[in-house]
Design a protein around this ligand. Structure first.
Ligand SMILES: Cc1cc2nc3c(=O)[nH]c(=O)nc-3n(C[C@H](O)[C@H](O)[C@H](O)COP(=O)(O)OP(=O)(O)OC[C@H]3O[C@@H](n4cnc5c(N)ncnc54)[C@H](O)[C@@H]3O)c2cc1C
Length: 374
């Protein structure tokens, strides 16, 4: 922690205005020979909505802690919003050495310009060598706006992060229709930026004994300078966000049609979980894409994952292999899913799933033991 920045550093005079009409410098304009050695530390931008942080932010703090320790540098978090000071504390408990807190009424809801101005101000003043945020809709928008303005490189949607001995961020993400993993380096510019998928990294457990500075940052725009207004949030009632779920009951082509998803819904309801799916089931039109798990769907890390009538193709497995407990039901004893399952049941899903539901409900109702006839 030898290079922890002072709490009130000199302000960098770099222009951090977003959206000016003059031509933005292209990377070639500012290219070589710049000395970036004053850029140190890792910054995680914490995403929140209504004061609740996205899980991916805490997961990135966990991974950021690992990278910062490897680089022997400090880990910072940036919390932006309104009435979000509790999140700043939580960021310290989750691994940050210090937190920049920009807490202001006009920052209640995410809007690109006011949020990116805060980020640019913090980056300009504190000069992190690496900036990470979640590959959510908001994170992708914000990271793109910042990287374009600075300008620097941005590797989106990463599934692996590391650093090398030259302090370069090794940002890996699926490429070429998700068939390969490409590792992308940003050698010429700082900060090195990446967004990362939810469910890939592990959050550190809360440690309330951890201590760190919370540094207030002023909001950079007044409400009347912001051209966009958030009038309302319309929740899409049937939209499923798999990434934050603890129990997922996923079905595949083995279900044979959309009707069988009702069986899985029963099991999910009995367990207090949600329904997931393989791409084969989604492509067949049996269920919507927000339920899809895998390389081109969600990456999940639930406590319990049921793979039912799913063969275990690699593109599915990469999205669920980090679940704490994987239970596979498949009638083919040689199905590859059994290689990643902690518990494998060979049998017909149309017999097993209703029997499981009955057993779980009976146990909830206090009956002692209920056998499942295979
Ligand atoms: C670029 C690319 C990206 C992809 N991204 C994804 C992705 O994000 N997610 C994803 O899932 N796939 C993805 N895929 C597709 C992937 O390769 C597989 O084709 C897909 O996962 C197969 O789905 P499935 O396991 O449901 O179907 P299948 O492979 O057809 O397996 C069906 C299984 O059901 C079993 N079964 C059948 N009937 C029963 C029964 N009555 N009881 C019990 N078991 C039964 C069978 O034994 C079989 O194992 C991608 C492919 C590519 C090329």
């Amino acid at each position: 922690m030898n290079d922890l920045p002072k709490t009130s550093p000199e302000i960098d005079k770099t222009d951090t205005t977003v959206g000016t009409k003059s031509r933005r410098p292209s990377p070639r304009d500012v290219m070589p020979e710049k000395d970036w050695s004053d850029y140190r530390g890792i910054l995680i931008v914490v995403e929140q909505r209504n004061g609740i942080a996205k899980k991916v932010s805490w997961q990135l703090l966990g991974e950021g802690r690992r990278l910062a320790d490897k680089l022997n540098t400090h880990l910072s978090a940036l919390v932006i919003g309104s009435n979000v000071s509790a999140l700043a504390k939580e960021a310290i408990y989750r691994g940050a050495d210090q937190v920049y807190l920009c807490d202001s009424e006009e920052l209640k809801d995410y809007r690109t310009r006011p949020y990116s101005k805060v980020c640019l101000t913090v980056i300009g003043q504190y000069k992190p060598e690496i900036v990470l945020m979640g590959a959510t809709y908001t994170g992708r928008d914000l990271a793109g706006a910042i990287a374009t303005h600075l300008p620097t490189g941005l590797t989106a949607d990463c599934t692996q992060l590391d650093v090398d001995e030259q302090r370069l961020l090794l940002a890996s993400r699926p490429a070429f229709s998700e068939k390969m993993l490409a590792t992308i380096l940003c050698k010429q510019f700082k900060p090195q930026m990446a967004t990362a998928r939810s469910g890939v990294f592990l959050a550190l457990p809360l440690d309330p004994t951890r201590d760190g500075d919370i540094i207030p940052i002023a909001s950079q725009m007044k409400e009347d300078e912001i051209v966009t207004r958030v009038l309302d949030f319309l929740e899409q009632n049937d939209y499923v966000s798999l990434e934050d779920q603890e129990i997922i009951v996923a079905g595949g082509r083995g279900l044979g049609g959309p009707e069988a998803f009702a069986l899985l819904q029963n099991l999910a309801d009995a367990l207090g979980g949600v329904v997931g799916a393989s791409r084969a089931a989604v492509d067949a039109g049996w269920i919507t894409h927000d339920h899809q798990v895998g390389q081109t769907g969600s990456t999940v890390r639930p406590k319990l994952y049921f793979a039912i009538g799913i063969s275990g193709a690699v593109q599915h497995v990469v999205g669920m292999q980090n679940a704490d407990m994987i239970v596979a039901i498949n009638r083919d004893p040689n199905a590859p899913i059994f290689k990643v399952a902690h518990l494998g049941i060979v049998g017909d899903l149309f017999t097993l799933v209703p029997a499981l539901c009955t057993a779980i409900k009976a146990q909830k109702d206090g009956q002692e033991s209920v056998g499942i006839a295979l």
